[in-house]
Ligand binder design. Structure first.
Ligand SMILES: *Cc1c(COP(=O)(O)O)cnc(C)c1O
Length: 385
């Protein structure tokens, strides 16, 4: 967490302990803080304060956005939803649930570069489409989607548009009005804020369905006493991330390029996702003849905290659905490495990471029967040397 976010969270714990729903003075002070945070977050997105609903994070916001749009669609006999094959599981599993309830789901191809084509979104929209949901930036391979074009298409066709912007907000410019977004999810811990807090933006007039019944908090759309310390921490983190966004991006880009160049020099390796249209902090590679899990454990020993696929699926042995969606075969999808560089990383640290990955990859290949088959020509290489 950033210092600003920690300070704001502490303030929420120490000096605004009142319940924002109570009428006594300390409650009203807490209420003012809550509304100030809401206005600050809205301003960062180009939204109105009343369009901001606090949730427990990105997953809840994704669930509520999709279930709300689905409920609105059902009222008008529209039960078709368009999304993509490489969404976060908070989106994909919610769509699976709707499919069992009789909705029809079209998952668009994301192609080899991990980018959705707006014309394919347009072609997938039907008379009975009630929602298009396309993520702003992918959480594994960092590719940035043509959100503004997709938003424009949806607006023209009268279809609600949701974007899971958890990876984008605080990192690249996002404006709900200019991007024609009806529903947007974000999560504080992806921009140096606290965990367990997020936002669902819903454009004025888009009626939300509550997932949690109870009191009248959040205009009746999300019951339960607000997590004020986390909300204040999130608002402070977002303000800071948005203020220094362009400076951080300018600093990270050459370092990201240095990391990509260093890892590309390892034989039989390939970058995953579009080279240019990706988050300034994201690097994702596949290495032939490597088991992702051993790679991560050995890198951890050398002080590199990497992941293979997403943090949410690290416990499972299935290859990443994102890498399969961009056409990587199972055997290389298993050998993937995802690195997210922080804004304070140095050139020396990048070089240290490249050295560590190179050595660990060589070591693991040295004891892999699969790699021996490749070098002896019993199997064909998938990547160029
Ligand atoms: C992290 C993430 C989520 C889930 O957010 P939580 O706050 O952990 O629930 C959803 N979508 C994307 C793209 C993410 O990166």
């Amino acid at each position: 967490m950033s210092d600003a976010a920690i300070a704001a969270t502490l303030r929420g714990m120490q000096s605004c302990y009142g319940n924002p729903s109570s009428l006594y003075e300390i409650g009203q002070i807490a209420k003012e803080e809550l509304e100030r945070a809401r206005a600050q977050i809205a301003a960062c997105l180009g939204a109105q304060p009343r369009e901001i609903t606090f949730t427990s994070g990105g997953s809840e916001a994704d669930n509520q956005a999709i279930l709300s749009a689905a409920a609105l669609g059902a009222k008008r006999g529209k039960k078709h939803i368009v999304s993509t094959a490489f969404e976060h599981h908070a989106v994909l599993h919610t769509l699976k649930k709707l499919e069992k309830q009789g909705y029809e789901i079209t998952l668009l191809d994301v192609h080899e570069n991990g980018i959705v084509l707006p014309e394919e979104v347009a072609a997938a929209i039907r008379e009975d489409t009630c929602l298009v949901s396309v993520m702003y930036a992918n959480n594994e391979i960092g590719t940035i989607q043509p959100i503004r074009e997709i938003g424009q298409i949806c607006r023209e066709r009268g279809v609600l548009f949701h974007t899971d912007a958890v990876q984008a907000v605080g990192h690249i410019p996002v404006d709900v009005v200019e991007d024609h977004i009806d529903l947007l999810s974000l999560s504080a811990h992806k921009f140096h804020g606290p965990k367990g807090i997020g936002v669902l933006y819903a454009r004025k007039g888009v009626l939300l369905t509550s997932l949690i019944e109870g009191g009248a908090q959040e205009r009746g759309k999300r019951a339960g006493t607000e997590n004020l310390p986390a909300i204040l921490g999130m608002a402070a983190a977002l303000k800071e991330s948005c203020d220094k966004m362009s400076a951080v991006a300018a600093r990270l880009l050459p370092l990201r390029e240095r990391l990509i160049a260093g890892l590309s020099a390892i034989p039989y390796s390939e970058l995953n996702g579009d080279r240019e249209r990706r988050l300034p902090s994201n690097v994702n590679f596949c290495f032939e003849g490597i088991e992702g899990e051993s790679l991560l454990l050995l890198l951890d020993d050398r002080g590199v905290s990497a992941s293979s696929g997403s943090a949410c699926t690290s416990g499972s042995l299935d290859p990443s659905h994102v890498l399969l969606a961009i056409g990587r075969p199972h055997e290389v999808a298993h050998g993937s490495l995802r690195l997210s560089i922080g804004e304070d990383i140095t050139e020396e640290e990048v070089d240290k990471i490249v050295r560590a990955v190179r050595e660990v990859v060589e070591y693991l290949r040295g004891m892999s029967p699969f790699w021996r088959d490749l070098t002896e020509g019993k199997r064909k290489h998938l990547f160029a040397e």
